[in-house]
Design a protein around this ligand. Structure first.
Ligand SMILES: *Cc1c(COP(=O)(O)O)cnc(C)c1O
Length: 429
Protein backbone atom coordinates (compact mmCIF):
# COMPACT_ATOMS: atom_id res chain seq x y z
CA UNK A 1 0.00 0.00 0.00
CA UNK A 2 1.31 3.40 -0.95
CA UNK A 3 -0.33 5.37 1.87
CA UNK A 4 2.13 8.06 2.90
CA UNK A 5 4.59 10.36 1.12
CA UNK A 6 7.37 8.14 2.47
CA UNK A 7 5.75 5.06 0.89
CA UNK A 8 5.53 6.84 -2.45
CA UNK A 9 9.17 7.94 -2.28
CA UNK A 10 10.27 4.41 -1.33
CA UNK A 11 8.49 2.96 -4.39
CA UNK A 12 9.94 5.71 -6.58
CA UNK A 13 13.43 4.85 -5.37
CA UNK A 14 13.02 1.16 -6.18
CA UNK A 15 11.24 1.39 -9.53
CA UNK A 16 11.44 4.74 -11.28
CA UNK A 17 14.24 6.17 -13.34
CA UNK A 18 14.74 9.91 -13.10
CA UNK A 19 16.79 11.88 -15.65
CA UNK A 20 20.44 10.78 -15.72
CA UNK A 21 20.24 8.75 -12.52
CA UNK A 22 21.38 5.38 -11.28
CA UNK A 23 18.88 2.60 -10.58
CA UNK A 24 21.08 1.22 -7.83
CA UNK A 25 22.07 4.40 -5.99
CA UNK A 26 19.70 7.13 -7.12
CA UNK A 27 20.14 10.68 -5.91
CA UNK A 28 17.28 11.78 -3.62
CA UNK A 29 14.13 13.27 -5.16
CA UNK A 30 11.48 15.52 -3.63
CA UNK A 31 7.78 14.68 -3.82
CA UNK A 32 5.67 17.50 -5.29
CA UNK A 33 2.04 17.62 -4.22
CA UNK A 34 1.11 20.99 -5.66
CA UNK A 35 2.39 23.89 -7.74
CA UNK A 36 0.99 27.38 -8.05
CA UNK A 37 2.52 30.63 -9.30
CA UNK A 38 6.28 30.27 -8.76
CA UNK A 39 5.90 27.87 -5.82
CA UNK A 40 6.13 24.11 -5.47
CA UNK A 41 4.51 22.41 -2.46
CA UNK A 42 6.25 19.26 -1.25
CA UNK A 43 4.99 16.12 0.47
CA UNK A 44 6.36 17.25 3.82
CA UNK A 45 4.34 20.47 3.57
CA UNK A 46 7.31 22.71 2.77
CA UNK A 47 7.15 25.22 -0.07
CA UNK A 48 9.94 26.09 -2.53
CA UNK A 49 10.24 28.94 -5.03
CA UNK A 50 11.04 27.28 -8.37
CA UNK A 51 14.20 28.90 -9.75
CA UNK A 52 14.31 26.43 -12.68
CA UNK A 53 10.88 26.98 -14.35
CA UNK A 54 10.76 23.17 -14.57
CA UNK A 55 13.66 22.99 -17.00
CA UNK A 56 13.04 26.44 -18.47
CA UNK A 57 9.46 25.76 -19.56
CA UNK A 58 7.05 27.20 -16.97
CA UNK A 59 7.52 30.84 -17.95
CA UNK A 60 4.08 31.95 -16.68
CA UNK A 61 4.28 29.93 -13.46
CA UNK A 62 2.15 26.97 -12.38
CA UNK A 63 -1.60 26.44 -12.25
CA UNK A 64 -2.23 29.48 -14.43
CA UNK A 65 -5.98 30.11 -14.81
CA UNK A 66 -5.73 30.99 -18.51
CA UNK A 67 -3.70 27.90 -19.38
CA UNK A 68 -5.91 25.69 -17.20
CA UNK A 69 -8.98 27.02 -19.01
CA UNK A 70 -7.47 26.40 -22.46
CA UNK A 71 -6.62 22.83 -21.51
CA UNK A 72 -9.99 21.94 -19.99
CA UNK A 73 -11.95 23.60 -22.81
CA UNK A 74 -10.05 21.56 -25.38
CA UNK A 75 -10.44 18.35 -23.32
CA UNK A 76 -14.18 18.88 -23.42
CA UNK A 77 -14.12 19.15 -27.23
CA UNK A 78 -11.65 16.34 -27.93
CA UNK A 79 -8.23 15.46 -26.53
CA UNK A 80 -6.57 13.88 -29.51
CA UNK A 81 -7.09 12.74 -33.08
CA UNK A 82 -4.47 11.43 -35.48
CA UNK A 83 -2.86 14.14 -37.65
CA UNK A 84 -2.56 11.85 -40.65
CA UNK A 85 -5.48 12.77 -42.90
CA UNK A 86 -7.16 14.85 -40.18
CA UNK A 87 -6.56 18.36 -38.91
CA UNK A 88 -7.99 20.68 -36.25
CA UNK A 89 -8.29 24.27 -35.16
CA UNK A 90 -5.80 24.18 -32.25
CA UNK A 91 -2.96 23.06 -34.57
CA UNK A 92 -3.95 25.55 -37.29
CA UNK A 93 -4.25 28.49 -34.91
CA UNK A 94 -0.98 27.59 -33.19
CA UNK A 95 0.81 27.40 -36.54
CA UNK A 96 -0.62 30.78 -37.54
CA UNK A 97 0.63 32.30 -34.28
CA UNK A 98 4.09 30.74 -34.59
CA UNK A 99 4.50 31.93 -38.19
CA UNK A 100 3.41 35.45 -37.21
CA UNK A 101 6.03 35.57 -34.43
CA UNK A 102 8.91 33.74 -36.13
CA UNK A 103 11.90 35.39 -37.79
CA UNK A 104 11.30 36.43 -41.39
CA UNK A 105 10.66 33.70 -43.93
CA UNK A 106 9.86 30.84 -41.55
CA UNK A 107 6.36 29.86 -42.61
CA UNK A 108 6.12 26.05 -42.85
CA UNK A 109 5.46 24.28 -39.55
CA UNK A 110 6.03 20.70 -38.38
CA UNK A 111 4.61 19.90 -34.93
CA UNK A 112 6.74 17.42 -32.98
CA UNK A 113 6.23 15.86 -29.57
CA UNK A 114 9.45 16.95 -27.86
CA UNK A 115 12.51 19.08 -28.38
CA UNK A 116 14.70 16.12 -29.27
CA UNK A 117 12.22 14.92 -31.89
CA UNK A 118 12.08 18.41 -33.39
CA UNK A 119 15.87 18.37 -33.77
CA UNK A 120 15.66 14.94 -35.42
CA UNK A 121 13.11 16.39 -37.84
CA UNK A 122 15.29 19.45 -38.51
CA UNK A 123 18.23 17.15 -39.33
CA UNK A 124 16.02 15.09 -41.63
CA UNK A 125 14.73 18.24 -43.35
CA UNK A 126 18.32 19.37 -43.87
CA UNK A 127 19.39 16.07 -45.46
CA UNK A 128 16.24 15.72 -47.54
CA UNK A 129 16.62 19.28 -48.82
CA UNK A 130 20.19 18.58 -49.94
CA UNK A 131 19.05 15.37 -51.65
CA UNK A 132 16.32 17.37 -53.35
CA UNK A 133 19.06 19.62 -54.77
CA UNK A 134 20.94 16.58 -56.12
CA UNK A 135 23.53 16.75 -53.34
CA UNK A 136 23.02 13.37 -51.67
CA UNK A 137 26.69 13.23 -50.64
CA UNK A 138 26.09 16.13 -48.25
CA UNK A 139 25.17 14.29 -45.07
CA UNK A 140 27.15 15.88 -42.25
CA UNK A 141 26.38 18.80 -39.99
CA UNK A 142 28.74 21.57 -38.93
CA UNK A 143 28.27 22.66 -35.35
CA UNK A 144 30.28 24.22 -32.52
CA UNK A 145 31.70 22.58 -29.44
CA UNK A 146 29.80 22.91 -26.19
CA UNK A 147 26.35 22.45 -27.74
CA UNK A 148 23.36 20.47 -26.51
CA UNK A 149 20.52 19.41 -28.82
CA UNK A 150 18.78 16.54 -27.03
CA UNK A 151 19.26 12.93 -26.03
CA UNK A 152 18.12 10.84 -29.02
CA UNK A 153 20.75 9.43 -31.38
CA UNK A 154 20.57 12.06 -34.09
CA UNK A 155 20.70 14.78 -31.45
CA UNK A 156 23.57 13.19 -29.53
CA UNK A 157 25.63 13.25 -32.72
CA UNK A 158 25.59 17.07 -32.74
CA UNK A 159 25.99 17.54 -28.97
CA UNK A 160 29.44 18.43 -27.64
CA UNK A 161 31.69 15.46 -28.42
CA UNK A 162 33.47 15.63 -25.05
CA UNK A 163 30.80 16.79 -22.60
CA UNK A 164 28.08 14.83 -24.42
CA UNK A 165 27.73 11.08 -24.79
CA UNK A 166 29.91 10.47 -27.86
CA UNK A 167 32.46 8.22 -26.20
CA UNK A 168 29.75 5.90 -24.86
CA UNK A 169 27.91 5.52 -28.17
CA UNK A 170 30.69 6.32 -30.62
CA UNK A 171 30.03 3.45 -33.01
CA UNK A 172 26.37 4.49 -33.34
CA UNK A 173 26.91 8.16 -34.07
CA UNK A 174 27.65 9.79 -37.42
CA UNK A 175 30.80 11.91 -37.55
CA UNK A 176 29.81 15.52 -37.75
CA UNK A 177 32.21 18.47 -37.96
CA UNK A 178 32.92 20.46 -34.79
CA UNK A 179 34.17 24.03 -34.88
CA UNK A 180 35.56 25.74 -31.78
CA UNK A 181 33.03 27.07 -29.27
CA UNK A 182 32.37 30.76 -29.94
CA UNK A 183 34.08 33.17 -27.52
CA UNK A 184 32.21 34.44 -24.44
CA UNK A 185 29.65 37.23 -24.90
CA UNK A 186 31.98 39.83 -23.42
CA UNK A 187 34.92 38.87 -25.66
CA UNK A 188 36.82 41.52 -27.62
CA UNK A 189 36.18 41.98 -31.34
CA UNK A 190 39.54 40.35 -32.11
CA UNK A 191 38.42 37.10 -30.44
CA UNK A 192 35.23 37.08 -32.51
CA UNK A 193 37.25 37.62 -35.69
CA UNK A 194 39.60 34.81 -34.81
CA UNK A 195 36.68 32.47 -34.16
CA UNK A 196 34.95 33.56 -37.37
CA UNK A 197 38.08 32.79 -39.39
CA UNK A 198 38.40 29.31 -37.87
CA UNK A 199 34.69 28.56 -38.34
CA UNK A 200 34.70 29.73 -41.94
CA UNK A 201 37.88 27.83 -42.82
CA UNK A 202 36.53 24.60 -41.34
CA UNK A 203 33.25 24.97 -43.23
CA UNK A 204 35.06 25.56 -46.53
CA UNK A 205 37.36 22.60 -45.91
CA UNK A 206 34.41 20.21 -45.44
CA UNK A 207 31.88 21.90 -47.72
CA UNK A 208 31.58 18.95 -50.11
CA UNK A 209 30.14 16.70 -47.39
CA UNK A 210 28.30 19.29 -45.30
CA UNK A 211 24.50 19.57 -45.43
CA UNK A 212 23.93 22.22 -42.81
CA UNK A 213 24.92 24.10 -39.67
CA UNK A 214 23.13 23.55 -36.37
CA UNK A 215 23.65 25.67 -33.24
CA UNK A 216 21.87 27.06 -30.21
CA UNK A 217 21.87 30.78 -31.05
CA UNK A 218 23.42 33.20 -28.51
CA UNK A 219 23.27 30.88 -25.50
CA UNK A 220 24.42 27.30 -25.21
CA UNK A 221 22.22 25.88 -22.47
CA UNK A 222 22.69 22.36 -21.14
CA UNK A 223 26.16 22.27 -22.75
CA UNK A 224 27.44 24.81 -20.23
CA UNK A 225 25.24 27.95 -20.02
CA UNK A 226 27.68 29.74 -22.32
CA UNK A 227 26.55 33.05 -23.83
CA UNK A 228 28.35 34.22 -26.97
CA UNK A 229 28.34 37.34 -29.18
CA UNK A 230 25.41 37.87 -31.56
CA UNK A 231 27.95 38.72 -34.27
CA UNK A 232 28.77 34.99 -34.50
CA UNK A 233 25.24 34.32 -35.81
CA UNK A 234 25.83 36.60 -38.79
CA UNK A 235 29.06 34.71 -39.50
CA UNK A 236 27.09 31.45 -39.55
CA UNK A 237 24.49 32.95 -41.87
CA UNK A 238 27.19 34.19 -44.25
CA UNK A 239 28.95 30.81 -44.28
CA UNK A 240 25.68 28.98 -44.89
CA UNK A 241 24.86 31.29 -47.82
CA UNK A 242 28.32 30.99 -49.32
CA UNK A 243 28.40 27.17 -49.19
CA UNK A 244 24.71 26.32 -49.74
CA UNK A 245 24.30 24.99 -46.21
CA UNK A 246 20.99 24.86 -44.37
CA UNK A 247 21.22 27.01 -41.21
CA UNK A 248 19.37 25.46 -38.27
CA UNK A 249 18.84 27.42 -35.06
CA UNK A 250 17.83 25.31 -32.07
CA UNK A 251 15.81 27.86 -30.05
CA UNK A 252 14.35 25.21 -27.74
CA UNK A 253 16.00 26.82 -24.69
CA UNK A 254 16.34 30.40 -25.92
CA UNK A 255 12.96 30.97 -27.58
CA UNK A 256 10.02 32.95 -26.19
CA UNK A 257 11.98 35.82 -24.69
CA UNK A 258 14.35 34.01 -22.33
CA UNK A 259 17.49 35.83 -23.53
CA UNK A 260 15.82 39.25 -23.76
CA UNK A 261 14.61 39.18 -27.38
CA UNK A 262 11.67 37.03 -28.50
CA UNK A 263 14.14 34.80 -30.37
CA UNK A 264 17.85 34.70 -29.67
CA UNK A 265 18.25 35.08 -33.46
CA UNK A 266 16.64 38.54 -33.17
CA UNK A 267 19.71 39.78 -31.26
CA UNK A 268 21.61 39.54 -34.55
CA UNK A 269 18.71 40.21 -36.90
CA UNK A 270 19.48 36.86 -38.54
CA UNK A 271 16.86 34.47 -39.91
CA UNK A 272 17.77 30.79 -39.98
CA UNK A 273 16.45 28.38 -42.63
CA UNK A 274 15.06 26.08 -39.95
CA UNK A 275 14.16 26.86 -36.34
CA UNK A 276 13.29 24.41 -33.55
CA UNK A 277 11.18 25.55 -30.60
CA UNK A 278 10.03 23.56 -27.57
CA UNK A 279 10.39 23.77 -23.79
CA UNK A 280 8.44 27.01 -23.00
CA UNK A 281 6.13 26.54 -26.02
CA UNK A 282 3.30 25.19 -23.83
CA UNK A 283 4.25 27.30 -20.79
CA UNK A 284 5.45 24.10 -19.13
CA UNK A 285 2.13 22.22 -19.37
CA UNK A 286 2.69 19.50 -21.97
CA UNK A 287 5.45 18.18 -24.19
CA UNK A 288 5.29 19.88 -27.58
CA UNK A 289 7.83 21.26 -30.02
CA UNK A 290 7.75 22.74 -33.49
CA UNK A 291 10.08 22.99 -36.47
CA UNK A 292 9.63 26.02 -38.69
CA UNK A 293 11.20 26.40 -42.08
CA UNK A 294 11.05 28.43 -45.27
CA UNK A 295 9.03 27.88 -48.43
CA UNK A 296 12.32 27.27 -50.22
CA UNK A 297 13.35 24.40 -47.90
CA UNK A 298 9.80 23.08 -48.11
CA UNK A 299 10.15 22.92 -51.90
CA UNK A 300 13.63 21.42 -51.60
CA UNK A 301 12.41 18.58 -49.39
CA UNK A 302 9.53 17.91 -51.75
CA UNK A 303 12.00 17.66 -54.62
CA UNK A 304 13.79 14.75 -52.92
CA UNK A 305 13.11 11.24 -54.21
CA UNK A 306 10.30 10.47 -51.74
CA UNK A 307 8.57 13.77 -52.48
CA UNK A 308 7.48 14.04 -48.84
CA UNK A 309 8.97 14.85 -45.44
CA UNK A 310 9.58 11.43 -43.92
CA UNK A 311 8.28 11.89 -40.39
CA UNK A 312 4.95 11.47 -38.59
CA UNK A 313 4.70 10.76 -34.87
CA UNK A 314 1.57 9.13 -33.41
CA UNK A 315 0.72 12.11 -31.21
CA UNK A 316 1.68 14.71 -33.81
CA UNK A 317 -0.15 18.00 -33.30
CA UNK A 318 -1.83 16.85 -30.08
CA UNK A 319 -4.83 19.19 -29.66
CA UNK A 320 -4.46 19.59 -25.87
CA UNK A 321 -0.81 20.60 -26.26
CA UNK A 322 -1.60 22.91 -29.21
CA UNK A 323 -4.46 24.60 -27.34
CA UNK A 324 -2.36 25.26 -24.26
CA UNK A 325 0.59 26.42 -26.42
CA UNK A 326 -1.63 28.92 -28.23
CA UNK A 327 -2.93 30.23 -24.91
CA UNK A 328 0.63 30.48 -23.59
CA UNK A 329 1.79 32.43 -26.66
CA UNK A 330 -1.18 34.77 -26.37
CA UNK A 331 -0.34 35.36 -22.70
CA UNK A 332 3.26 36.03 -23.67
CA UNK A 333 2.58 38.44 -26.53
CA UNK A 334 -0.19 40.34 -24.73
CA UNK A 335 1.90 40.54 -21.54
CA UNK A 336 4.96 42.49 -20.46
CA UNK A 337 7.74 39.93 -20.96
CA UNK A 338 9.74 42.53 -22.90
CA UNK A 339 9.95 44.60 -19.69
CA UNK A 340 9.99 41.70 -17.20
CA UNK A 341 12.95 39.86 -18.73
CA UNK A 342 15.30 42.90 -18.57
CA UNK A 343 14.02 43.58 -15.03
CA UNK A 344 14.87 40.00 -14.06
CA UNK A 345 18.27 40.39 -15.72
CA UNK A 346 18.96 43.53 -13.68
CA UNK A 347 17.80 41.80 -10.48
CA UNK A 348 19.98 38.77 -11.17
CA UNK A 349 23.02 40.95 -11.90
CA UNK A 350 22.64 42.75 -8.57
CA UNK A 351 21.62 39.68 -6.58
CA UNK A 352 24.42 37.44 -7.83
CA UNK A 353 27.19 40.06 -7.75
CA UNK A 354 28.26 38.98 -4.26
CA UNK A 355 28.97 35.45 -5.47
CA UNK A 356 31.82 36.73 -7.63
CA UNK A 357 34.17 37.03 -4.67
CA UNK A 358 33.44 33.64 -3.11
CA UNK A 359 36.26 31.11 -3.03
CA UNK A 360 35.76 28.47 -5.72
CA UNK A 361 33.69 30.74 -7.96
CA UNK A 362 35.10 30.98 -11.49
CA UNK A 363 32.55 33.27 -13.15
CA UNK A 364 29.17 34.96 -12.64
CA UNK A 365 27.13 35.89 -15.71
CA UNK A 366 23.61 36.90 -16.71
CA UNK A 367 21.78 37.04 -20.02
CA UNK A 368 18.10 37.92 -20.05
CA UNK A 369 16.28 35.86 -17.41
CA UNK A 370 19.27 33.55 -16.97
CA UNK A 371 21.70 33.85 -14.05
CA UNK A 372 24.76 31.60 -13.79
CA UNK A 373 27.42 31.04 -11.15
CA UNK A 374 30.19 28.85 -12.50
CA UNK A 375 32.48 27.19 -9.98
CA UNK A 376 36.06 26.09 -10.56
CA UNK A 377 35.07 22.52 -9.59
CA UNK A 378 32.12 20.15 -10.11
CA UNK A 379 29.12 21.07 -7.96
CA UNK A 380 28.07 18.70 -5.18
CA UNK A 381 24.54 18.81 -6.57
CA UNK A 382 22.82 17.21 -3.58
CA UNK A 383 24.51 19.55 -1.12
CA UNK A 384 23.75 22.55 -3.32
CA UNK A 385 20.06 21.66 -3.73
CA UNK A 386 19.71 21.03 0.01
CA UNK A 387 21.31 24.37 0.88
CA UNK A 388 18.95 26.16 -1.53
CA UNK A 389 15.94 24.28 -0.15
CA UNK A 390 16.83 25.47 3.34
CA UNK A 391 16.38 28.98 2.00
CA UNK A 392 13.08 27.99 0.36
CA UNK A 393 14.30 27.67 -3.24
CA UNK A 394 14.38 24.82 -5.77
CA UNK A 395 17.69 24.62 -7.65
CA UNK A 396 19.05 21.83 -9.82
CA UNK A 397 22.71 22.54 -10.61
CA UNK A 398 24.76 20.48 -13.05
CA UNK A 399 28.46 20.01 -13.74
CA UNK A 400 30.22 23.14 -12.42
CA UNK A 401 27.14 25.34 -12.79
CA UNK A 402 24.65 26.70 -10.28
CA UNK A 403 22.11 28.64 -12.28
CA UNK A 404 18.57 29.96 -12.36
CA UNK A 405 16.05 30.47 -15.15
CA UNK A 406 13.11 31.79 -13.12
CA UNK A 407 9.52 32.06 -14.37
CA UNK A 408 8.90 35.50 -15.90
CA UNK A 409 6.27 36.22 -13.23
CA UNK A 410 8.86 36.01 -10.41
CA UNK A 411 8.59 39.16 -8.28
CA UNK A 412 11.46 41.13 -6.76
CA UNK A 413 11.25 39.44 -3.34
CA UNK A 414 11.27 35.94 -4.78
CA UNK A 415 14.10 36.86 -7.15
CA UNK A 416 16.15 38.13 -4.21
CA UNK A 417 15.43 34.85 -2.42
CA UNK A 418 16.58 32.90 -5.50
CA UNK A 419 19.80 34.92 -5.71
CA UNK A 420 20.48 34.32 -2.02
CA UNK A 421 19.96 30.58 -2.53
CA UNK A 422 22.25 30.44 -5.59
CA UNK A 423 24.92 32.29 -3.62
CA UNK A 424 24.50 30.01 -0.59
CA UNK A 425 24.69 26.92 -2.80
CA UNK A 426 27.91 28.26 -4.34
CA UNK A 427 29.33 28.68 -0.82
CA UNK A 428 28.67 25.14 0.34
CA UNK A 429 28.96 23.08 -2.84
C1 LIG B 1 16.09 20.71 -23.85
C2 LIG B 1 16.71 20.91 -25.17
C3 LIG B 1 16.54 19.99 -26.22
C4 LIG B 1 15.77 18.69 -26.04
O1 LIG B 1 14.43 18.88 -25.77
P1 LIG B 1 13.57 17.69 -25.09
O2 LIG B 1 12.18 18.25 -25.06
O3 LIG B 1 14.17 17.48 -23.74
O4 LIG B 1 13.72 16.51 -25.96
C5 LIG B 1 17.12 20.27 -27.44
N1 LIG B 1 17.83 21.40 -27.64
C6 LIG B 1 18.00 22.31 -26.67
C7 LIG B 1 18.77 23.56 -26.96
C8 LIG B 1 17.47 22.10 -25.40
O5 LIG B 1 17.69 22.99 -24.42
Amino acid sequence: MLATPDDLLAFDREHLWHPYTSMTSPTPVRLVTGASGVRLTLGDGSVLVDAMSSWWAAIHGYNHPVLNAALTAQAQDFSHVMFGGLTHEPAIRLAEKLVSLAPRGLEKVFLADSGSVSVEVALKMTLQHQRGQGRAERTRMLTVRGGYHGDTFGCMGVCDPVGGMHSMFASMLPEHVFAPRPPAAAAAAAAVEEWAAAFTALAREHAATLAGIIVEPLLQGAGGMHAYPAACLQVMRDVADELDLVLVFDEIATGFGRTGTLWAADAAGVSPDIMCVGKALTGGYLSLAAVLTTAEIGRGISASESGVLMHGPTYMGNPLACAVALASLELLTSGDWAARVPALEAGLAVGLAGARDLPGVHDVRTLGAVGVVQLDHPVDTVKAADAAAELGVWLRPFRDLIYTMPPYITDDDDLARICAAVTRAAEVA
